[in-house]
Design a protein around this ligand. Structure first.
Ligand code: NAD
Length: 182
């Protein structure tokens, strides 16, 4: 990835641990300007502390991606801090409670869909216009093998991840059809 994201502005949700943190650290090493978002402030701050590099910059902003107001404020924070958005990694997600469909509570269903699917939708809804203002950008959404095939024990997770795959394809199709450079 050498040189490919140098000075690019990258937003990474779920950057407080796991895959999001690893991505933030990689972007930091490659001298990108990173905004780590997570609802876990302790994890997000730790990622930022570890990801600062001589040429790059990283800040943390607390946000719950399932909350429209938080996502709106998050996007304002990106613009206020870096003036643009080039790369977005919509990665925040939860597994939810285990159990097949009859055991899946409505509360668990709503929470998993809100974070894993609506959260990605809300982020993309704001990210696409921001990127197009400066000629385009790149969005990567974390789905899962659970977004491609069926499986047992987590119906809301499987449904949400299938939704993420569909949402991603839909956005890609529209942007290509309009001839933009995303
Ligand atoms: N680890 C795997 O094997 C695996 C496999 C397939 C897909 N995934 C997906 O990859 C993504 C990252 O998973 P991970 O393994 O790194 O998990 P993780 O739990 O280590 O990281 C997820 C991060 O998202 C944050 N988060 C959760 N809900 C949030 C919300 N509402 N708003 C903001 N931040 C929130 C958490 O605080 C956490 O820091 C998830 O979308 C997950 O579904 C993971």
């Amino acid at each position: 990835m050498a040189g490919r994201v140098e000075n690019k502005v990258a937003l990474i949700t779920g950057g407080g641990s796991g895959i999001g943190r690893a991505t933030a650290l990689l972007f930091g090493r490659e001298d990108a300007k990173v905004l780590v978002a997570d609802y876990n402030a302790e994890g997000g701050e730790r990622t930022v502390k570890r990801s600062r590099s001589p040429g790059g910059t990283a800040i943390f902003h607390a946000a719950d991606v399932s909350n429209p107001q938080d996502v709106d404020t998050l996007m304002h924070k990106v613009v206020e801090t870096y003036g643009r958005l080039d790369c977005a990694f919509n990665n925040a997600g939860i597994e939810g409670q285990m159990g097949d469909t009859p055991e899946c509570s409505l509360e668990n269903w709503n929470r998993v869909i809100a974070i894993n699917l609506t959260g990605v939708f809300l982020c993309m809804k704001y990210e696409i216009p921001l990127m197009l203002k400066h000629g385009g950008g790149s969005i990567v959404n974390t789905a899962s093998a659970a977004g491609l095939v069926g499986g047992i024990g987590a119906p809301a997770y499987f449904a949400a991840k299938h939704g993420v795959a569909g949402l991603t394809k839909a956005a890609g199709t529209r942007i290509r059809a309009e001839g933009d450079s995303c």
